[in-house]
Design a protein around this ligand. Structure first.
Ligand code: ZN
Length: 362
């Protein structure tokens, strides 16, 4: 490059809801003789899904000038992408020139970008409060933030934080004085979505807990609910299996009656039981008859030596002797019960015949 030349780069870009375009010019000034050349230009039609409700993005800078960025926030649906893009743009600022030699964006730059957006959102939604606090005046009593006793730390990062009464609490500094964000803020929405992914699509409580480590978002619970509701993954996992509708309960279970007057019966087992003294170790199989009262759900348990009808009749006799007469007994029609029923019916018939004979004889 010959001496006496002044070189300027001029970058222009503009975007609307339909398309965006950018152009970069090189301008040289040699003793008042100015020439300019186009170096690169780019145009792009906006993707369909982002057409609705997107305000125009306008940036314009010339080399060495202060950067103007308007509404960058609304262009992104992912916090990480927003912060990386912001960090690249902020490198154009003189204060951040030291980062230009880095090939990648570092965490320090991401933090600076995040703080940049936090301050912008606070200035947008809490303009009055920020103005009053910067002048060291008390904020107005009608402010939404009055209960949070907010303050701005001018020595640190100029961010509006919750004052509160936790100055002496043994928690981290951001937890003690979380950053205040408005409910309608796009940044709050992006942060909540990020937390939702960081907590692996967890529920409301864990998300709120995670957010409050660093931020105090107004009406955060509503935003968290909206986030979970709009998440396709969560919706898929929340889907409840269809259940069979239960039928009306039978009369036996809803009409009041004495305990065990209407009972259900089933066997369970086999169980190994030991007969005689501990020393003998004579182990054999046995079953357990379970009588359940249909009304009170009380349970009576009897031992049945085996699956024969006789063993059941013994168990049933002990049950009736202990609990009183049973008017209705419901079972699963197992072979044992049918056999027992047949035996008892025959016994009843025999007794009836004998009784009739006796009556006739008398
Ligand atoms: Zn989810």
């Amino acid at each position: 490059m010959q001496p006496g030349y002044q070189i300027h780069f001029h970058g222009f870009c503009d975007a609307s809801v339909k398309a965006m375009a950018a152009a970069l010019y090189l301008a040289t000034n040699h003793n008042g003789n100015i020439t300019s050349h186009i170096i690169a230009s780019k145009t792009k039609v906006a993707p369909l899904h982002s057409v609705i409700g997107q305000p125009a993005l306008q940036t314009h800078y010339t080399s060495g000038d202060e950067l103007v960025v308007i509404d960058l926030l609304d262009r992104f649906s992912h916090l990480g992408k927003l912060l990386r893009t912001t960090a690249y743009i902020l490198r154009c600022k003189k204060a951040h020139q030291r980062f230009r030699s880095h090939t990648h964006i570092c965490t320090g730059e991401m933090d600076i970008a995040l703080n940049h957006h936090i301050k912008a959102e606070q200035a947008k939604y809490f303009a009055a409060e920020v103005k009053q606090l910067k002048k060291a005046q008390p904020i107005s009593t009608s402010s939404k933030l009055i209960a949070l006793s907010p303050f701005i730390s001018s020595t640190a990062d100029n961010i509006l934080r919750v004052g509160g009464r936790l100055h002496n609490a043994r928690v981290t500094e951001p937890q003690r004085h979380p950053i205040i964000l408005p409910k309608d803020s796009t940044l709050a929405r992006l942060l909540i979505w990020q937390v939702h992914q960081d907590t692996l699509h967890d529920g409301i409580q864990i998300m709120l807990h995670t957010i409050r480590h660093k931020y105090w978002i107004l009406q955060a619970r509503i935003l968290v609910k909206q986030c979970i509701h709009s998440c396709a993954i969560c919706r898929r996992h929340k889907h409840i299996m269809l259940k069979q509708r239960m039928a009306t309960l039978p009369k036996a279970r809803v009409i009041p009656s004495p305990p065990f007057a209407r009972s259900g019966l089933d066997y369970c087992g086999p169980f190994n039981i030991r007969i005689g003294s501990m020393a003998k170790r004579n182990v054999r199989k046995a079953y357990v008859a379970i009588f359940v009262c249909m009304v009170t759900k009380a349970v009576h348990i009897e031992l049945a030596e085996n699956l024969t009808s006789e063993a059941f009749i013994n168990a049933y006799t002990r049950f009736v002797n202990r609990r009183g007469p049973c008017n209705h007994l419901y079972s699963d029609n197992g072979t044992t019960f049918i056999g027992a029923d047949r035996l008892m019916a025959a016994d009843l018939q025999a007794w009836h015949n004998e009784y009739s004979q006796q009556q006739l004889a008398n």
